[in-house]
Design a protein around this ligand. Structure first.
Ligand code: UD1
Ligand code: CA
Length: 456
């Protein structure tokens, strides 16, 4: 049967107290709403309609790569009203209604819900859970297998508040049935809103079968209304992602301190230490060791490499390379194999060849460094003249001594040496030596008189 999905995402997110709607807050690197849209994709939905409010541009932008239709709800008169706003875009088959603020429902759960709906020959199935803290959720009222009503927390009697079975907000029903009963909803409740949940009483009055598909895992149904729930959802997603990668062969030391975005790719025998954050489209190859305390955004790390206590953005690191502790790789850095990028080294838009060492305290900005190069301590690629950035090229086997300034644009030829303390303003020929510093002069006995005077 044809599957339609409708995602309700028109709420104003007041309880978030944020400039940004709750659907766009990121959870493990991805806006909340994308998880819900991906749920509908995995179910093979033929048509997915997202109901949005009048501030829809940012939502559309966040979902621009997805095949979706949009309906605008303005003003927001409740979940039932939201469905009314989008229902004309749906035709035939069944409709699954999802809440845009509940991103943790599993694909298998929804599959089982579809199966239960058919097996029970239900007219409407609601996804429910027995919740340890049902506060603020709608309660499921039953007579045996039949769900007779869903009562919002605000509208419950004290006895009804004792009920622990709650409405997840997910409903499955025949599209034509939805169209038949939707116009009958009223706003006769504490909030004076049109509740989608009132469909259940209306369908009961008509003698239709309403069932609940009950699940055990309450983490699946968390709806984000405030920042505390945003954190609950983040933790749920974090645990799922970490569990997934551990099962795939990744070692994690203290996984609750490790945050891996949804799109990250890991490989067997990767080890992650506490305080590791892998963000965006990061990829870590086999046997690499990351952390403790490493933040990698959109990076690729090669096999057996080590990244410790460092921050890397939009960069590529080869195999058997070590980065850190306390290195900073900024966008556009590409580092080869068997390289050392040591402590307090900053790279920016820099290409570093194989077997090169930049062991400590250097800035390599807009540089191209060949293979087997040694960059001593305190070398600065002086790339900025106040107006423009310029490039520095260091060819293979060159040796740059400590405390050298390379005033770009400048080139150091193959196998050339630059003496410590030199400020390089012109190109250095291959195999040559550049030395540019005042010659040392010794004045024997010069301090003697001085020291005496100081003591007296
Ligand atoms: C809703 C359910 C409650 C359920 C809970 C599960 C209703 C009346 N209540 O309560 O039974 O236990 O979800 O999380 O359905 N929305 C619109 N337009 C509106 C109002 C809401 O699109 O006019 C959207 C919201 O953006 C949100 C979803 O519908 O994504 C649910 O609305 P929300 O206000 O969060 O409802 P809850 O109070 O959480
Ligand atoms: Ca909610």
């Amino acid at each position: 049967m044809k599957r339609n999905v409708m995602i309700l995402a028109a709420g104003k997110s007041k309880r978030m107290k944020s400039k940004t709607g709750k659907f766009l807050h990121p959870v493990m690197g991805q806006p909340v709403i994308r998880y819900v849209v991906e749920m509908s994709e995995l179910l093979g939905s033929e048509k997915t309609v997202v109901v949005v409010n009048n501030d829809f541009e940012p939502v559309k932008q966040a979902l621009r790569d997805k095949q979706l239709e949009y309906a605008v709800q303005d003003p927001q008169l409740g979940t039932g009203h939201a469905v009314m706003c989008g229902v004309d875009l749906l035709e035939g088959g069944s409709t699954l209604i999802l809440l845009g603020d509940a991103p943790c429902i599993r694909q298998e759960t929804l599959k089982e819900m579809f199966e239960a709906h058919e097996r029970e020959q239900a007219d409407l199935t609601v996804l429910s859970v027995n919740h340890s803290n049902p506060y603020n959720y709608g309660r499921i009222l039953r007579e045996g297998e039949q769900v007779v009503a869903i009562r919002e927390h605000r509208d419950c009697t004290p006895e009804q508040l004792e009920i622990s079975e709650i409405n997840s907000g997910v409903f499955l029903l025949n599209t034509d049935r939805l169209k038949e009963y939707l116009p009958k909803l009223t706003n006769d409740n504490a909030q004076q809103e049109y509740y989608i949940t009132d469909l259940i009483e209306l369908m009961n009055q008509a003698g239709l079968r309403v069932r609940a598909h009950v699940i055990d895992d309450e983490s699946e149904v968390i709806g984000i209304n405030n920042r505390s729930q945003l954190w609950e959802v983040t933790q749920t997603m974090q645990q799922r992602i970490n569990h997934h990668w551990m099962v795939e062969g990744v070692t994690m030391i203290q996984p609750d301190s490790i945050f891996i975005d949804a799109q990250v790719e890991l490989n067997p025998d990767v080890t992650l230490y506490p305080g590791t954050h892998l963000r965006g489209k990061t990829m870590i190859a086999e046997d690499a060791i990351i952390g403790p305390n490493a933040i990698l955004t959109n990076c690729q790390i090669g096999q057996r490499s080590l990244v410790e206590n460092s921050t890397l953005k939009d960069s590529i690191v080869g195999q058997d390379t070590t980065v850190g502790p306390y290195a900073y790789m900024r966008p556009g850095s590409v580092v080869g194999n068997h390289v050392k990028v040591g402590d307090f080294v900053e790279l920016k838009n820099a290409k570093i060849g194989h077997n090169t060492k930049i062991s400590h305290l250097s800035y390599v900005g807009d540089g191209e460094v060949g293979d087997n190069v040694n960059i001593g301590c305190g070398v600065v690629f002086v790339n900025y003249d106040g107006l423009k950035k310029h490039r520095t090229i260091i060819e293979d086997n060159a040796f740059i001594g400590c405390n050298v300034n390379l005033i770009a644009p400048v080139e150091v030829g193959r196998g050339a040496y630059v003496a410590a303390g030199t400020t390089v303003t012109g190109n250095v020929p291959a195999e040559g030596l550049a030395i540019g510093r005042a010659r040392q002069e010794n004045k024997p006995g010069w301090a003697k008189g001085k020291n005496k005077a100081a003591k007296e």
